[in-house]
Design a protein around this ligand. Structure first.
Ligand code: LLP
Length: 389
């Protein structure tokens, strides 16, 4: 990576600085974010690929500002995300709106904003969108989200491109959907869209996706339909186990693979919708230890952060690296848990940490994506604050 040679990326987590803040606290390193975005844009730019940032990963103002500054578009999955993008200053022509269940109010709002494209997932949705666009005397640009039946080799809750998943239009439905589109005068087909899942670390999965996309392209071409753009979604994973070694994902390999394996027609644009890969590593959930509870076989370190701040371990059994930022003592094994009344409220089992005491600062790493956005008020918990360094 040429870019990394100039400034080695690092995460700034200074315990003295953090001591002044109440916890639980989300800490975002904007330098690391910028380095990540610069590298992603540099690599995508080599092939004239366009990246829409998936707001669902993290829609905080300063994060969106950075995305816009670096020239990313916005990939939204709710009316409020479209609104957040527009209000943040993203141009409507850089906003796409996806999702299996768009409400009438959300569609109407996006139509009024004249966004770039609706990614549509069923014939029923096409009919409703057509009707709403007609009422407004406008034509909605659409991409068909196709379910390519490609296994993403990731957690089943974040697998989206298999026939058993609720997402997208299946191959055998396409003929009927095209017939329908020909009849609907208030929608205009401009592209196809795929998204097979998230936290994908095996790049051969994306190669398989390219093969399927090429097959679908042939299918459309055989019907004389020229698509202006091909959207291959997001899904590039990050290293939760060794964040220091891989603070910036390998965008060179990722975009290079699509360049190598996607067969494009002249004038076609390729779009991506990355979320996690852009923001995961720059965010850390910082917490204080409330209590240590020694059991017969297990010591518990009980934190002031819980599944209400970061639900990923409870929901997907996902691993996040845990560090004690303030103790340098000998290592002891802990189950690191939150205060919520659920046994799933556990950040890590049998974690080796320097001997940990009440008041120590604990960092839960790689929490910039799908952390704060998935927070809940369960147990009437306060929302954690966020700081940007
Ligand atoms: N495009 C579509 C249509 C999506 O559904 C998603 C994510 C993305 C793009 C962005 O994917 P990414 O590049 O971030 O992998 N809460 C889960 C992840 C859910 C992902 C949902 N869709 C987690 O914490 O792992």
């Amino acid at each position: 990576m040429e870019f990394l040679a100039e400034t080695e990326p690092m995460l700034n987590l200074n315990p003295e600085q953090l001591q002044q803040h109440a916890t639980p606290l989300y800490v975002y390193d904007l330098n690391l974010l910028r380095q990540t975005l610069q590298f992603a844009q540099q690599e995508a730019g080599k092939y004239n690929f366009h990246v829409h940032y998936a707001l669902k990963a993290n829609a905080n103002g300063p994060i969106l500002d950075a995305m816009r500054e670096f020239g990313f578009g916005a990939d939204c999955v709710s009316g409020n995300e479209v609104k957040a993008a527009i209000e943040n200053g993203f141009a409507a022509k850089d906003v796409v709106f996806a999702g299996v269940g768009k409400s009438d109010a959300e569609i109407n709002y996006a139509l009024e904003q004249e966004i770039f494209c609706f990614n549509c997932e069923s014939s029923h949705e096409l009919e409703v969108l057509n009707e709403l666009a007609e009422k407004k005397g406008t034509v909605a640009r659409i991409a068909l989200r196709i379910n390519p039946n490609v296994n993403a080799n990731t957690h089943k809750y974040i697998t989206t491109g298999l026939e058993e998943n609720k997402f997208g239009i299946n191959a055998w439905e396409l003929e009927a959907v095209l017939d329908l589109i020909q009849k609907l005068k208030h929608i205009q087909l401009i592209g196809i869209h795929f998204h097979i899942g998230s936290q994908i670390t095996d790049l051969t999965v994306f190669k398989n996706l390219c093969t399927r996309v090429n097959e679908f392209q042939e299918w459309f071409l055989a019907r004389n339909i020229m698509l202006e753009h091909v959207n291959v979604g997001g899904g590039l994973g990050v290293d939760y186990y060794a964040p220091e070694q891989n603070l910036i994902p390998d965008f060179a390999a990722y975009f290079g693979l699509f360049n190598q394996f996607l067969e494009l027609r002249p004038g076609q644009q390729v779009h991506f919708e990355l979320g996690r890969a852009l923001v995961a590593q720059c965010g850390t959930l910082v917490s204080r230890v409330l209590y240590i509870k020694n059991g017969v076989t297990t010591n518990f370190a009980i934190l002031d952060a819980g599944m209400t701040e970061l639900i990923r371990p409870a929901l997907y059994q996902s691993y996040h690296k845990i560090q004690n930022l303030t103790s340098q003592k000998q290592e002891v094994r802990y189950d690191v848990v939150g205060p919520i009344c659920e046994s799933s409220d556990c950040f890590g089992k049998a974690v080796n940490l320097p001997e940990t005491n009440r008041g120590d600062l604990i960092a839960i790493r790689t929490a910039g994506a799908y952390g704060e956005v998935m927070a809940s008020g369960y147990n009437l918990r306060e929302k954690a604050q966020a700081i940007y360094i």
